[in-house]
Design a protein around this ligand. Structure first.
Ligand code: ZN
Length: 69
């Protein structure tokens, strides 16, 4: 089983908007913010331009938007 504390989302993260540019996107990437070690949603553009600050943590399968409501 996963320890859910390891997958805590950032307080300011919203599953419908990109954490950095705050814009809605068709597709989000769940990334870990290295600074806070919290998970955030990033659009493709922000993910690619902030690769040094965030990394892809794909050790957990994507559970869909409903999971985060
Ligand atoms: Zn973005």
């Amino acid at each position: 089983m996963f320890d859910t504390k390891d997958y805590e989302f950032h307080k300011k993260d919203c599953p419908e908007f990109c954490f950095i540019c705050k814009r809605p996107s068709e597709k989000f990437f769940i990334m870990r913010q290295i600074k806070s070690m919290k998970m955030v949603h990033l659009c493709e553009h922000c993910m690619l331009s902030h690769l040094s600050e965030y990394y892809l943590d794909n050790t957990r399968p994507w559970l869909g938007k409903d999971f985060y409501k």
